[in-house]
Design a protein around this ligand. Structure first.
Ligand code: NAD
Length: 367
């Protein structure tokens, strides 16, 4: 029997409520598919700070390095807000990304047909939207050198950040973009600002070159300003988008809002071999620790469960099982079950545990 090792890092707040539900769904998959999971729990974030004095204990990092994939909840909360920079829960997540060189961030934005009213856009515009944003995560403006502020004698100042990419950094994320598009509807939009930025010109040249290896994927180049407009004007135009760090940060949030609630959005961060199967990846809901609802058993577990589906698809190369989990979520929503966050007036009556019970049952029914 194939057994997969999954590092399970729930973190803080509702991370500790939704991640156990995602592992229950994976257990149901294991039973149905005849595979095994070894779930190894690790401390991260505020929970790790409280227990060990550091947001990423070395034992947790070792666990992550040895796993096929990492299932991550969320970190942070008011308790640690006053802590110095190095003692902040978020450092735990940033350190994992850096240590594992997780350079490609995948964020789907899908408008579920039965939740179309939760979108701020009109039904006629948003219906059918199903986008995957692949964002470069370790380079560009947020990390480029030189950076800093110089202060002048006259009281003025000058601040600088640098948007820099090597062709190698562009190539590896472009390949993830093409690989992801290949698993979807085979259309890739590469987003840049090549009419103004030389770094974008290099981006465009490299992506165009890589496209020769993917003749089955249709590539288009889109300027970032046009893309921002098109996402709210005609979101159904897009399938897979690949872009650099800063543009991706902004566009993935813009795309996310099309889908409605934070409680529905999964994500993946991939390193090494990219999306071709076998890459160690970190899978996490986009939402945070939601201190306002933590401990009440009302958090929506769907973002965490859909993150587990991405784990099956992108790290374990088990697309059929990933499809089953996604179908299970759709069926439960089709039957009208709702947590509070995905009903217009917060009238949903299903709690965290009940929602995942329903999804587990729908997963089991497909084997
Ligand atoms: P948040 O995502 O935690 O919450 C925003 C709003 O969405 C809240 O009203 C919350 O109740 C609601 N919400 C979020 N997820 C939900 C779910 N699954 N079901 C139902 N409702 C849900 O963002 P925030 O309030 O800005 O941040 C809270 C804490 O989380 C902060 O400490 C922040 O630093 C941290 N955070 C962590 C991550 C991460 O670990 N990746 C990401 C974002 C925020």
């Amino acid at each position: 029997m194939t057994t997969y090792r999954v590092a399970v890092l729930p973190g803080d707040g509702i991370g500790q409520e939704v991640i156990p539900e995602a592992t229950r769904v994976l257990q149901a998959v294991a039973k149905g598919a005849g595979i095994g999971f070894e779930f190894e729990q690790g401390l991260v974030g505020g929970a790790a700070l409280d227990a060990t004095g550091t947001p990423l204990p070395s034992a947790t990092l070792t666990l992550c390095r040895e796993a096929h994939a990492i299932l991550f909840g969320a970190v942070g909360g008011p308790k640690w807000d006053g802590a110095p920079q190095e003692q902040r829960p978020e450092r735990g997540l940033l350190a994992i990304r850096k240590e594992l060189d997780l350079y490609a961030n995948l964020r789907p934005a899908r408008c579920f047909p039965m939740l179309v009213e939760a979108s701020p856009l009109k039904r006629s515009v948003v219906e059918g939207t199903d986008i995957m944003v692949v964002r470069e995560l370790t380079g560009g403006l947020y990390f480029g050198e030189p950076r800093g502020v110089e202060y002048f004698a006259d009281g003025g100042a000058r601040a600088i950040n640098t948007m820099a990419y090597t062709s190698r950094e562009i190539e590896r994320v472009a390949r993830v973009g093409f690989d992801v598009a290949r698993r979807r509807r085979r259309r890739l939009a590469s987003v840049d600002k090549a009419n103004v930025l030389v770094v974008s010109q290099l981006w465009r040249d490299v992506v165009t070159k890589i496209a020769r290896d993917y003749p089955d994927v249709t590539l288009e180049h889109v300027l970032v300003d046009n893309c921002a407009m098109a996402l709210v004007h005609k979101p159904t135009h897009f399938d897979t988008i690949v872009t650099e760090n800063t543009f991706g940060d902004i566009l993935s949030d813009e795309a996310a809002i099309l889908a409605g609630s934070m409680g529905m959005l999964p994500s993946a961060s991939l390193g090494l071999a990219g999306a071709g199967g076998g890459a160690v990846g970190l899978y996490e809901p986009v939402h945070g620790t939601a201190p306002d609802i933590a401990g009440q058993g009302i958090a929506n577990p769907i973002a965490a469960i859909l993150s587990a589906a991405m784990l099956l698809r992108y790290s374990l190369d088990r697309a059929g099982d990933a499809d089953r989990v996604e179908t299970a979520v759709l069926r439960v929503l089709e039957k009208g079950h709702r947590t509070r966050d995905i009903t217009p007036a917060g009238t949903g009556t299903v709690g965290t545990r009940q929602m995942s019970d329903l999804i587990v049952r729908e997963v089991e029914a497909q084997y």
